[in-house]
Design a protein around this ligand. Structure first.
Ligand code: MG
Length: 427
């Protein structure tokens, strides 16, 4: 087939997806750190790019315009989910049924100065569509037939009566489960939709059923067992697990991870933050470090209790969720924090992480000071941090070093602290 023949893509994303649970329709839910619908769209964009680059020789008509049918109430949600891809996809309003949504998208294509020769119609909730199936569909298309990928039914099929008892075992020979994309000559499938509307039917569950009713031959080709439709919450959980494994395997072999968007967060979503703070030493008789009051020859100067270690750790925690730094949350200019116990700041950061679905994995603090000696207080410090962060003591580390008498720390003009924290976020 010549490369100047085009196939448009219609992605159906108008369902509200209530069966998958959650607050958003399933196609906007996160799958392996990226919205499901984004993965679906990216599969087609990647295939189109490969065709344009001449990397998909036998793949049928060139993928052209990509249109997505979206429930008007979810248009903003959809654009957010698509992110940077949003400008490369045209959205049309979905209808009350799958058939209506497809028809709206077909009409949009029909209005183009040059409508496409072919169209692939795909369920948005099938994010694992892969290049070999797209190429096989394209190659099997002709002006005289549609193409549908399908897999032989493996399970034994039962028909049930109204009481929930088996009334019949259905022979499964020659039975296939249809997948999408379903691909058709554009003008023929548009006519099939118009004929269905003219006859008052809007209950066709897929486009091959419409084609069949209109007398358009539909060729079956072998589907892809991975090209599953995410319908239930357990599907989403299983697909998420599958992607995690795939991405971990890809990381092991140094390959790109299948359909993973290039800017998706790798799974599991573990983030590292660091923090650094310094406070000046002034005349006094104690310092507060890691929430523990320690007798000393000097004191730390600061608006709060000047606990340099807790300040560094607070910054490290805030850094894991893009929450700026301690000064943004507790401005030194605010009189409320004068002499404040710095555990307030640390607890605030920990609370924020919890709200964002995060779980602190570990925290590590290095104090840099000539005096006082930290060793005798280390256990108390770890215990206090464990209490503040609600974390096992083995996940907390407090270390100290001198600065070999070098610089401002060496001259005992100040104390510095460096902190690192790891936080796991559920996506
Ligand atoms: Mg500070």
């Amino acid at each position: 087939m010549k490369s100047d023949i085009f196939a448009a893509v219609i992605i159906l994303s108008a369902g509200r997806g209530l069966r998958a649970g959650g607050n958003v329709p399933k196609q906007y839910a996160l799958l392996g750190g990226a919205p499901l619908i984004r993965r679906t769209v990216e599969a087609f964009l990647d295939f189109r790019a490969a065709q344009q680059a001449g990397e998909a020789a036998a793949s049928g008509p060139q993928i052209g315009r990509i249109i997505m049918a979206v429930n008007p109430a979810d248009a903003d949600l959809c654009r957010r989910a698509l992110g940077s891809l949003s400008g490369r996809i045209e959205l049309v309003d979905g209808g009350a049924t799958r058939q209506d949504s497809t028809y709206n998208a077909l009409l949009r294509l029909a209005q183009l100065p040059q409508p496409p020769a072919y169209v692939h119609i795909h369920d948005g909730a099938r994010p694992f569509i892969r290049p070999p199936l797209l190429a096989a569909l394209g190659c099997a298309l002709s002006p005289h037939n549609g193409v549908v990928p399908a897999l032989p039914v493996a399970e034994t099929l039962k028909r049930a009566n109204a009481q929930g008892f088996v009334s019949e075992t259905v022979p499964r020979a020659n039975l296939y489960a249809a997948q999408t994309p379903q691909s058709f000559p554009f003008a023929a499938i548009l006519r099939a939709h118009e004929a269905a509307r003219a006859s008052g039917r809007s209950d066709f569950t897929d486009d091959s059923a419409l084609a069949e009713a209109a007398g358009l031959p539909v060729k079956l080709i072998e589907g892809d067992s991975r090209n599953v439709k995410i319908t239930w919450e357990r599907d989403l959980a299983m697909a998420d697990k599958f992607l995690q494994n795939q991405q971990m395997n890809a990381a092991d072999t140094g390959e790109a991870g299948g359909n993973r968007p290039r800017d998706a967060v790798p799974c599991p979503d573990i983030r590292t933050g660091n923090g650094y703070d310094v406070h000046r030493l002034i005349p006094g008789d104690h310092v507060v470090l890691c929430g523990v009051k320690i007798p000393a020859a000097q004191a730390l100067q600061g608006h709060s209790d000047a606990d340099v270690a807790l300040h560094a750790l607070t910054d490290a925690l805030l850094a894991t969720c893009g929450a700026a730094d301690i000064g943004a949350h507790f401005p030194p200019s605010d009189p409320r924090w004068k002499g404040a116990d710095s555990s307030i700041f640390l607890r605030h950061a920990a609370q924020l992480i919890k709200q964002k679905g995060g779980q602190i994995i570990n925290a590590d603090i290095t104090l840099i000071a000539e005096a006082p000696k930290i060793g005798p207080h280390r256990a108390a410090m770890v215990a206090r941090l464990a209490e503040l962060l609600e974390l096992a003591e083995e996940r907390i580390s407090v270390k100290a070093t001198t600065n070999e008498r070098l610089g401002f720390i060496g001259r005992e003009e100040g104390i510095a602290a460096i902190a690192t924290a790891n936080v796991f976020y559920r996506s």
